[in-house]
Design a protein around this ligand. Structure first.
Ligand code: PA5
Length: 418
């Protein structure tokens, strides 16, 4: 189970202050555990039973099996919350199996042509994932992929290979009916960045061979835990209260970091979740991420010696992901102190050294993650979604809307003459 510890040499938030903040936020936790009428259109993710029940998983796996039998590649067309959860797990854990190709997340002709070239000579299917089927990136990519498929397959075969994940009653559903595409539901009551446990996240993962049942089990275990724990012990409330206390002390940024590059795409999911949920009404902690040990040779300097802008949150994987022992080759390279050491232990030493050094400068929050597998990704998704909700409420913003994004879209549509 996920565990949180704190390393802060200067003791900027002591245990009493944190307990007090958690007590004050007790009504927020109670409301979140019960579900709130004012967010009824955004809280379909709170209970996994709603969009990730066994019955939904049966359907998702059946479609994924069909894709696996007929495809070398699967194109996930989606942007932001429509692809980040799936991508973070697939890029971390998928090995072999159907190749997942990403589209609908860029307007760059170079990137799009490269994506199309990567499909040459392969059999593929596509999944256009769009809650609001007006977003430019997925809409435009869907067009060019339909064109590519029309050149490669008969109209019937292209239709068989086209899946759309959209909301009931949307123009995307109508398009599916008219063209014979497979339509699967994007939950109407779940926003993109909270949609990991639904067709949106689970279908691409299942196609890539991820154990989605284990992932959902992890999510369900975390859901149970966060709904059972009261305000004194609730882990999500503890984290949410803590980050708000740091924020009030002037820490404007939170840096998520780990020593496992497998988390590379998870950072993107996490950054989007917190940035889009909290950054509004002139408020919010700015979320950033760093991939260690590589970036200790870059942002590490700033963290140690620069302006005290941020606190740091580490993901610390407990079970070894792999082993690789370093041996002497008899040459005089002055690295003999590493002889016989396992990279797992070397990486851990780097982690311990970094936390020791950084905690003298800034608060360090450490999440112990049991293992880097589908089950624990499920725990992490649910945990951070729930914590983000609580944190947004403590901050006094609506964690489920994104008015700023809508504003930019308006200007873009105007520029393109929509
Ligand atoms: O979390 C969100 O709401 C956003 O990031 C959306 O997922 C993103 O803008 C894509 O929206 P849509 O699925 O409507 O194309």
């Amino acid at each position: 189970m996920l565990n949180m510890t704190l390393r802060d040499t200067a003791n900027r938030v002591d245990e009493n202050a944190l307990r007090q903040a958690m007590r004050e936020a007790e009504p927020i936790l109670a409301r979140a555990q019960a579900g709130e009428a004012k967010y009824a259109d955004s809280q379909g993710w709170l209970s996994l039973e709603q969009w990730a029940s066994d019955a939904w998983l049966d359907q998702i796996e059946a479609i994924a099996d069909r894709v696996k039998k007929t495809c070398d590649a699967f194109v996930v067309i989606g942007v932001g919350g429509s692809n980040n959860a799936a991508r973070s797990v697939i890029e971390a854990l998928a090995e072999g199996g159907v190749e997942i190709v990403y589209a609908g997340n860029t307007l760059s002709p170079h990137a799009l042509n490269k994506m199309l070239r990567s499909l040459e000579g392969k059999d593929y299917a596509i999944d256009c994932i769009a809650k609001n089927f007006e977003t430019l990136e997925p809409g435009s990519s869907f067009r060019i992929l339909r064109e590519a498929m029309a050149k490669k397959y008969s109209p019937e075969e292209a239709a068989r290979r086209t899946i759309c994940t959209g909301t009931y009653g949307s123009s995307l559903e109508k398009l599916c009916e008219a063209e014979g595409y497979t339509f699967v539901p994007f939950p109407t009551d779940v926003g993109g960045r909270y949609s990991a446990f639904s067709y949106v996240g689970l279908l691409p993962m299942a196609v890539a061979g991820i154990d989605v049942r284990a992932l959902v089990r992890g999510g369900r275990d975390m859901e149970r835990r966060l709904h059972e724990e009261g305000a004194k012990t609730n882990l999500a409330l503890r984290y949410a209260a803590l980050r708000n206390l740091y924020h009030r002390q002037g820490y404007a940024l939170e840096m998520l970091a780990s020593f496992e590059p497998q988390f590379r795409w998870f950072y993107k999911w996490w950054v989007q979740l917190f940035a889009e949920s909290e950054g509004k009404d002139g408020k919010g902690i700015f979320p950033v991420a760093a991939e260690y040990s590589e970036e200790l040779h870059a942002v590490g300097q700033y963290l140690q010696d620069g302006a005290p802008l941020m606190f740091e949150t580490f993901l610390d994987v407990k079970e070894p992901t792999d082993h690789l022992v370093i041996r002497s080759d008899g040459k005089k390279d002055f690295f003999d102190y590493l002889n016989g050491k396992d990279f797992w232990d070397i990486n851990r030493a780097a982690f311990d050294a970094t936390v020791t050094a950084h905690s003298a400068k800034m608060p360090c929050v450490i999440f112990e993650v049991g293992a880097l597998d589908a089950y624990h990704f499920g725990q992490l998704f649910y945990f951070f979604q729930f914590a983000c909700y609580l944190s947004g409420e403590i901050l006094g913003i609506n964690p489920f809307d994104q008015p700023g994004v809508e504003a930019y879209k308006g200007w873009m549509f105007k520029a393109l003459g929509k």
